[in-house]
Design a protein around this ligand. Structure first.
Ligand code: DLL
Length: 434
C-alpha cells in the first residue's frame, strides 16, 4: 500500500535517531527560553540546554504530568506568542480542569500529516470517501482525521458524531469507503446497519478507530459485522490529537511518528526508563511542536514498545494497543484489572451470543469490593431458554476467574438496555468513589 511520506516512514533507525537528536536539542532550547514553568523545573534538576546533546540525554530532563498541565492552565506552557497560534483544542475529560492545547499553523500542518499517514496506512487514497464520525469541536478526533483526509485528497464527509440514521443514509447514498470514529460508536453503527438490513448497500472497506481502549475481540466483531478491515489509531490532545501512532495493514501495533515524537516506557512508580519490550507507562517528547511542546509528558497509558521490523516497510517503532490508562485501572480486592481485559474475556467466551455493550459496576459491601458486569444478550440469545442464559453467565464467571483471578457477578441483560455511546464509551461505574 502506498505511504503518505515514504521517505520519512521508512528511514533507517539510525537516521531516525539522528533526526530526533537534532530536533530534541533545538526543542529543549526553545522550551527553556520560552516556557518559564519548564525552565524552573529544569533549574530544580540542575539541567541547562547545554546538557542535552541528543536522545541519549533525554532521561536527564524532568517529567511533565497532567497535574503540571492543570497548574499551568491555560497559558503557562505556551512557547510562542498567542498571536502566532491559530487553533485551540481540548480534552474530553470530565473531571478537574480540561487540558487546553495550542497550535500554530505549522503545528496543525504536521498534525494533519500524521493523520494522513494513518489514512494511507489504512489503504486510503484520493479515490476514497472518508466518513468522519468523530466529534468535531474541541475534541481532536474530528478535526484531526478531517485535516488528514484533505491532505490525502480523499472526499471528506464531516459527519461528526450522533444522528445514526443520517450517518447510515449518507454512508449508503454517498458510498463512504473509510469510516473514522471511536470503536464503541463503530460497534453501534455496525449493529444499526445490520438491523436495517443495509449491509449490502454500504461500500465501506476500512475503519480507523481509536480514542479509547478496545480489544482484539472487539476488532473481530466490528470487522465481521461490517465486512471491513479495522485499524487502530492513537493520540492525545496534549501532543496534537489522533495520529501520534497508527496501525498498518499488519495490524500488529501502531507505528509512532518518530520524526515528531520520542517515545519512552517508564516504570510508573520509580520513573526509571525501561527497555523496549517491557510493559510500563508511555512517555512522549514532542520535538516539532512550536506552540505547545511538551517534554517527557507522562501519558498514564500502559503499553509496550516493539522495535522488530514490520513487513509493511515502515521503520518507526510500534506500540501495542494500550491496555488503558493507569487511572482507569481498577483495583478489585487487591487485583489490578483493566476494563479492556474484561472486554476481552466477555467477547472471547460469548462469541455471537452477546453484543459488545457492557457495563462494569464496582462497589463495596462489608468492606469487600464487589464486581458486577452487565452484558447485553444478542436478540438470538434473548429468544433462547433461560437455562442457556444461565449456562453462559456461569461460563463467563469461570473464565473471568481463571484469566483475571477474580470473582464477579455476571448479568446477561435484555438487548438494547445499555446506553450506546457516540464518542468514548462510559463503561465503568465505580460506586466506591461516590
Ligand atoms: O482521544 C485523540 C484521538 C482521537 C485518538 C481520535 C484517536 C482517535 P484525548 O481525548 O486527549 O485524545 O484522549 C487521549 O485517550 O491518553 C489514551 O488513554 C486514550 N486513547 C487514545 N487513543 C487510544 C487507542 C484522543 N487507540 C487518551 N487505544 C489517551 C487506547 C486510546 N486508548
Amino acid at each position: 500500500m502506498p505511504m503518505y511520506q515514504p521517505e520519512i516512514e521508512t528511514m533507517s533507525q539510525e537516521q531516525i535517531r539522528k533526526l530526533q537528536s537534532e530536533r530534541l536539542v533545538k526543542q529543549v532550547r526553545h522550551v527553556y527560553d520560552n516556557v518559564p514553568y519548564y525552565r524552573a523545573k529544569m533549574e530544580e534538576k540542575g539541567i541547562t540546554p547545554e546538557d542535552i546533546h541528543g536522545v541519549e540525554d533525554l532521561h536527564k530532563l524532568p517529567f511533565l504530568t497532567k497535574s503540571d498541565l492543570r497548574d499551568a492552565y491555560p497559558y503557562g506552557l505556551l512557547a510562542t506568542p498567542l498571536q502566532d497560534c491559530v487553533r485551540i483544542q481540548s480534552t474530553s475529560g470530565t473531571t478537574g480542569r480540561r487540558v487546553v492545547a495550542f497550535y500554530t499553523q505549522h503545528d496543525v500542518d504536521l498534525w494533519e500529516d500524521c493523520c494522513a499517514r494513518a489514512i494511507m496506512a489504512a489503504g486510503g487514497t484520493a479515490e476514497d470517501v472518508v466518513h468522519v464520525s468523530y466529534g468535531y469541536g474541541l475534541f481532536t478526533g474530528g478535526a484531526g482525521l478531517h485535516g488528514g483526509s484533505h491532505k490525502v485528497g480523499s472526499l471528506t464527509l464531516p459527519m461528526s458524531s450522533g444522528n445514526t440514521d443520517r450517518q447510515i443514509q449518507f454512508m449508503c447514498d454517498l458510498g463512504s469507503t473509510i469510516l473514522c470514529c471511536t470503536p464503541s460508536y463503530a460497534a453501534f453503527l455496525a449493529e444499526s446497519v445490520l438491523e436495517r438490513g443495509l449491509k449490502d448497500q454500504i461500500k465501506l472497506k476500512a475503519g480507523i478507530f481509536g480514542a479509547e481502549a478496545w480489544s482484539e475481540e472487539m476488532r473481530q466483531d466490528i470487522q465481521n459485522k461490517l465486512g471491513i478491515k479495522a485499524y487502530d489509531i492513537y493520540g492525545l490532545t496534549e501532543l496534537s490529537g489522533p495520529g501520534v501512532s497508527y496501525e498498518c495493514s499488519e495490524q500488529k501495533g501502531m507505528h509512532i511518528c518518530e520524526d515528531h515524537f520520542i517515545a519512552e516506557i517508564i516504570d510508573p512508580d520509580t520513573g526509571e526508563v525501561l527497555p523496549d519490550g517491557t510493559k510500563g507507562e508511555l512517555v512522549f517528547t514532542s520535538i516539532t511542536k512550536e506552540a505547545f511542546p511538551l517534554l517527557r509528558y507522562r501519558t498514564r497509558d500502559i503499553c509496550v514498545l516493539d522495535r522488530t521490523p514490520c513487513s509493511c516497510g515502515r521503520t518507526h517503532v510500534r506500540m501495542a494497543k494500550p491496555m488503558g490508562r493507569s487511572d482507569d485501572m481498577l483495583i478489585i480486592r487487591g487485583v489490578n484489572v483493566f476494563p479492556s481485559q474484561i472486554e476481552e474475556v466477555l467477547l472471547k467466551v460469548s462469541g455471537e451470543n452477546i453484543t459488545p455493550n457492557y457495563q462494569i459496576i464496582v462497589g463495596r459491601e462489608n468492606n469487600t469490593d464487589t464486581l458486577d458486569i452487565n452484558v447485553e444478550m444478542s436478540e438470538q440469545m434473548f429468544s433462547d431458554d433461560i437455562r442457556s442464559v444461565e449456562t453462559l453467565e456461569k461460563k463467563i464467571v469461570s473464565q473471568l476467574r481463571s484469566m483475571l483471578g477474580i470473582g464477579a457477578k455476571v448479568h446477561l441483560v435484555n438487548p438494547k438496555t445499555i446506553a450506546r455511546s457516540e464518542g468514548k464509551a462510559q463503561r465503568i461505574i465505580d460506586n466506591r468513589k461516590l
